[in-house]
Design a protein around this ligand. Structure first.
Ligand SMILES: *Cc1c(COP(=O)(O)O)cnc(C)c1O
Length: 432
């Protein structure tokens, strides 16, 4: 893309963008530029009426009959297939429910158990030091319970750490802080060459960029429903396992540890002992949250509308152009103000977010939010050499080029005016 050097040029890009009408599928407040869809996706317009119908019609009138009549019991399968299309999985391979943390517990337990059976000398779970904390906390628990050690390494040192001691490599595809993207195929190949299995967290990938789990020969994956998939706060998460493992788990009797009744081969037989469902079905634990599932289904329907406009490939092209524009404008307009780009400058190496380090990131972001530009702040930790970050997510379904332009102007204004130094911006809220 040529450099966008005027606001009019950004407006013209939106006018020429065939994806632009998809923004009309979302409710977005006036006067707000929303750059936090990487943390909580926007509300699809269709969601409120559909959730209301689910509550008043299906629940209120249909009562328990709706498990069959409204196919509540099949809802997770349909949603799983819609997610499968976005992440390079096949129909029937994705299960939906629980949170990303819980699903990670299931797959990491299953992966380490498979390795324990086939390669008991492997004692390490390897991950990235700056991985999202819940991923590390879950790995800590599993390591402690199964006598493994958790080894945290820097992204650049990964290749050197993959040796005959490694049981499982667990990574988030796009880092939540830096927005740096791992090469999934190359990294999976390295892990397999070392005899390790690889678990991918797609929290910042699903719906943000094309993912090809089969093409990358991945082993397991989990991901989030409330970020780029726009499923609503606390939306159910998803889980995928390569069929070579679900098959092998059958033969060797291995399973994920949360053996709830809806992951049973025949839950309504009500037999006293557990027999896992075939395939990914065994990763289901308890009863699905139907109201939340309905909202997530609405989020995924917008992606199926994007398909005729080029789908994830077209969304990726737009996302890279949006992030390029934002980086370029911020670096030009905010030069000398202490911001440092943390996200890779090479568009191929990043996801759909841009992060800048600044020591005063928290009050700057609060002032920016008051100016109507919503991003978020992620604290750094001196002991791990991490800086305070301002994060900006560019959800390509509903973010415009002019938003990227105007957000950079607003940030420049907050920094130039010193607005952020007002004491009220320094008070930390519970959620940053
Ligand atoms: C957002 C996110 C999660 C969220 O986990 P929950 O269990 O839904 O709270 C997990 N992992 C990563 C990498 C994330 O970005």
């Amino acid at each position: 893309m040529d450099k966008v050097s005027t606001r009019d040029a950004a407006v013209a890009l939106d006018a020429a963008d065939i994806l632009a009408p998809l923004r009309g599928e979302f409710t977005l407040p006036d006067g707000v530029i929303y750059l936090d869809g990487n943390s909580l996706g926007a509300l699809p317009k269709r969601t409120a009426a559909r959730v209301q119908q689910t509550i008043e019609g299906e629940w209120g009138q249909g009562l328990i009959r709706s498990w069959n009549d409204a196919d509540w019991i099949g809802l997770a399968h349909g949603i799983g297939d819609a997610i499968a299309e976005l992440i390079g999985a096949r129909p029937g391979e994705v299960s939906v429910g629980d949170s990303t943390s819980v699903n990670l517990f299931k797959v990491l337990s299953a992966a380490t158990a498979l390795q324990k059976a086939g390669a008991p000398s492997r004692t390490a779970i390897v991950s990235e030091r700056s991985n999202f904390p819940t991923d590390l906390y879950i790995a800590e628990s599993i390591a402690a319970a199964s006598g493994l050690k958790l080894c945290l390494v820097e992204a650049d040192d990964l290749a050197d750490q993959l040796n005959s001691d490694v049981s499982v490599l667990m990574l988030t595809h796009v880092n939540y802080r830096s927005g740096r993207r791992h090469d999934m195929a190359a990294t999976s190949r390295l892990a397999h060459a070392a005899g390790a299995l690889v678990v991918w967290d797609l929290a910042h990938s699903a719906g943000a960029l094309p993912v090809d789990l089969h093409g990358a020969d991945a082993d397991f994956a989990v991901g989030c429903g409330y970020k780029y998939l726009n499923g609503g706060p606390g939306a159910p998460a998803f889980v995928w396992a390569h069929p070579r493992h679900t098959g092998r788990m059958d033969r060797e009797g291995l399973r994920q540890p949360l053996s709830g009744w809806l992951g049973h081969a025949a839950p309504f037989d009500f037999t006293p002992s557990y027999r896992p469902a075939a395939g990914i079905g065994r990763f289901v634990c308890g009863t699905p949250p139907i109201v939340a599932m309905r909202a997530l289904q609405c989020g995924l329907e917008v992606f199926s509308e994007a398909k005729v406009k080029g789908g994830m490939d077209a969304l990726r092209v737009k996302s890279m152009a949006l992030t390029d524009l934002f980086i370029e404008r911020v670096e030009q307009r905010c030069a000398g103000r202490g911001l440092e780009l943390v996200t890779p400058r090479d568009r191929a190496e990043r996801g759909s977010q841009v992060s800048f380090a600044h020591a005063d990131g928290y009050p700057i972001m609060q002032a920016l939010i008051e100016r109507g530009v919503i991003g978020d702040f992620r604290a750094g930790h001196a002991e791990s050499g991490e800086a305070n970050l301002l994060r900006f997510g560019f959800a390509p379904l509903y973010t415009r080029f002019v938003d990227a332009w105007d957000a950079a102007e607003a940030l420049a204004d907050v920094l130039e005016s010193g607005l952020w130094r007002e004491p009220r911006f320094g008070r930390r809220a519970a959620v940053t």
